[in-house]
Design a protein around this ligand. Structure first.
Ligand SMILES: C[S@@+](CC[C@H](N)C(=O)[O-])C[C@H]1O[C@@H](n2cnc3c(N)ncnc32)[C@H](O)[C@@H]1O
Length: 296
């Protein structure tokens, strides 16, 4: 069980500073534009996989601009969209308004959700909660706020299956950017089963693929990421004005694109992204004490 850092302790201050840095990063660029052209379709997939429908109370954790939350609301659910980075909520509100739905937007850290035990029928997070550094605390929080018998649904970014061996190094590189274990570990069934423990009565994981918007080629996709993806924008910004470093990063991005994306079905500029979808059903009975959420 996680030992919760004492208020004002070095660990607590470090955690606050780390999260402030993460928030500042995710507010860079234009996340909504990136999401609309890349992983937007996965929001719909997760809503379908969780069987979200009218009258359910749904929490979307690390919701970004609402790719899951808005789709859940369109199904008639009552939705709370929460995220560490409220700077992106305005774009989410505009997108929700376009689709004629209203949601509640709440600033929240996935490791300390400001919601009561069992408040939600369904708890989702697409490419979001997996970025929080302490994976056990996140799993504990997702289970805690879900009602007994409710559903927890996640999507996990993953390199294409056939590039897995070459892409393994990503699992080592990625954690240094997100401060904890690699987010890619959420794609491993044994690991996820260990995080949820016997508090869930079923766990299903499957791989899905979604085509990106049209790009001319790898360089065109790289330039799109460079201009919009918050983490890419932060990386280029941190290089300052050094043209040699910028050229080296341009090159590294091309290699990363080759590792990370599958080729799409329609020509040279067609790319696809893969993701693992997790659906877990929380046990209806009371959880054993050894796996309860940490007290705060
Ligand atoms: C790749 S985006 C995914 C957003 C959205 N779910 C989607 O699918 O488009 C990652 C999101 O995770 C959020 N995030 C990162 N760390 C977080 C944390 N510890 N708690 C809550 N949100 C976090 C970021 O602010 C960002 O909005």
């Amino acid at each position: 069980m996680k030992v919760v850092a004492a208020e004002g302790s070095d660990a607590m201050v470090e955690d606050r500073e780390f999260k402030a840095g993460q928030r500042a990063t995710w507010a860079l660029g234009d996340y909504h534009e990136f999401a609309r052209h890349s992983l937007w379709q996965f929001g719909q997939e997760l809503v379908e996989a969780c069987g979200i429908g009218p009258g359910q109370r749904v929490l979307d954790v690390a919701a970004g601009t609402g790719n899951v939350a808005i789709r859940a609301a369109q199904k008639g659910a009552e939705v709370v969209a929460s995220d560490l980075t409220p700077e992106n909520f305005e774009a989410g509100r505009r997108e929700a308004a376009k689709h004629g739905v209203r949601l509640e937007w709440v600033e929240a850290d996935a490791e300390a959700l400001p919601f009561a035990d069992g408040e939600f029928d369904v708890v989702t997070s697409a490419f979001g909660a997996v970025f929080a550094p302490d994976q056990q605390v996140v799993a504990d929080e997702l289970v805690r706020v879900c009602r007994p018998g409710g559903t927890i649904g996640l999507t996990v970014p993953t390199p294409p299956a056939r590039k897995a061996a070459r892409a393994r190094m990503l699992a080592d590189v990625v954690p240094s950017m997100f401060g904890g274990a690699s987010p890619l570990r959420w794609g491993d069934e044994e690991h996820v089963a260990g995080l949820f423990g016997d508090r869930v009565e079923s766990l299903r994981m499957c791989r899905r693929r979604s085509e990106l918007g049209a790009f001319a080629d790898e360089a065109d996709l790289r330039d799109f990421l460079k201009g919009h993806h918050p983490v890419a924008v932060a990386l280029y910004r941190d290089l300052g004005d050094d043209p040699e470093l910028a050229a080296a990063l341009d090159d590294a991005f091309l290699r990363l694109i080759d590792l990370w994306y599958a080729r799409g079905d329609e020509g040279a500029g067609a790319f696809a992204q893969e993701a693992v979808i997790i659906v877990a059903r929380k046990r209806a009975a009371t959880a054993p004490a050894s796996r309860r959420a940490p007290s705060r």
